[in-house]
Design a protein around this ligand. Structure first.
Ligand code: ZN
Length: 309
């Protein structure tokens, strides 16, 4: 079977972009690797943050939907996005979050690793996990965080589910994840890694109903090495009685979407061509990039977008 190498990107919803951009670039030290529009609604921003190139496994992206009321995390959602930092950087980050006034929890242990829970300006739940496996991965050296402490990319994501069994089947039979240990209400699944290799399924009662809006996640995308692997995974989705979309051109990758049985929107995205498709690596994320089919409406689109800085 085709196996996913893990998470490709995670997409959340943001409200007003001003504090948001500052938080992800200046406080967390990620690079804005693409500023574009939501291809399904070009009057709204789609912003991408990641490592130097926004490589698969590092890209957290946001639809800026400031017209929506705040969302609420709950069952049938991906809730916590975990970033990987070197194990030795937990102390640095604890001090940094205090200094920057970021709401966060005391460090805790999960499956033997230390993590810090924190919130972005719209209340989105993030985690920094001290990981033994990522010190050699490249962090973004051009940000405000010293490169030895920089976020390397994703550690993983936690889904909140009323009945995790059917979702577990998608992870193992479609994406090739392997079941690992359980701890309290949480079951861990892993791909090969090292970045974005973890999906935790957290069993929560149906009473924890959520709603989509700023401060919540929209979908989780998993990596496919190319079109053939993606097609094989889409076939596996169909074999489970689920309905994947046709392949959709997202310009920086090609995507297939499906709603997994627990209610979370999943995407399978190709690793190519990536964000250097339409601008050089040195200037990624500095100019509004539009797909060719929107270029002729550029002036109108630029006028409609709220300012970022
Ligand atoms: Zn996506």
């Amino acid at each position: 079977m085709a196996r996913s190498a893990g998470i490709h990107h995670i997409t959340g919803i943001a409200g007003s972009p001003r504090r948001h951009v500052e938080f992800y670039t200046r406080v967390l030290g990620l690079r804005m690797v693409k500023r574009t529009v939501n291809f399904d609604d070009p009057s709204t921003w789609h912003l991408y943050y990641g490592n130097e190139t926004g490589a698969p496994g590092t890209a957290l992206t946001f639809f800026v939907w400031d017209h929506l009321p705040a969302g609420r995390p709950g069952v049938s959602q991906a809730v916590e996005t975990a970033f990987a930092i070197p194990e030795s950087s937990i102390g640095y980050w604890t001090a940094r979050l205090v200094e920057k006034g970021v709401p966060h929890d005391a460090p805790e242990k999960r499956f033997g690793e230390t993590l810090i829970g924190l919130r972005d300006p719209h209340g989105l739940r993030l985690e920094l996990v001290g990981s033994r496996a990522v010190a050699a991965e490249p962090g973004w050296a051009g940000g405000d965080v010293p490169v030895e402490h920089a976020i390397r990319g994703f550690f993983g994501v936690t889904l909140w589910l009323e009945n995790p069994a059917a979702t577990a089947k998608v992870l193992t039979e479609v994406l090739g994840f392997v079941a690992k240990a359980s701890e309290e209400s949480r079951q861990r699944f892993a791909a090969e890694g090292p970045l974005g290799a973890i999906v935790d399924l957290r069993n929560v009662p149906a009473a924890f109903a959520g709603s989509l809006g700023p401060g919540t996640l929209h979908h989780v995308a998993f990596r496919a090495a190319g079109d053939a692997d993606q097609a094989a995974m889409a076939d596996a989705v169909r074999r489970l009685g689920l309905r994947p979309t046709d392949q959709i051109d997202r310009r920086y990758f090609r995507s297939v979407y499906f709603r997994e049985p627990g209610g979370v929107l999943f995407e399978i995205a190709t690793e190519d061509p990536g964000f250097t498709l339409d601008e050089p690596k040195a200037s990624l994320g500095t100019a509004l990039k539009l797909p060719p089919w929107y270029e002729e409406r550029r002036a109108e689109i630029e006028r409609a977008l709220p300012p970022l800085e």
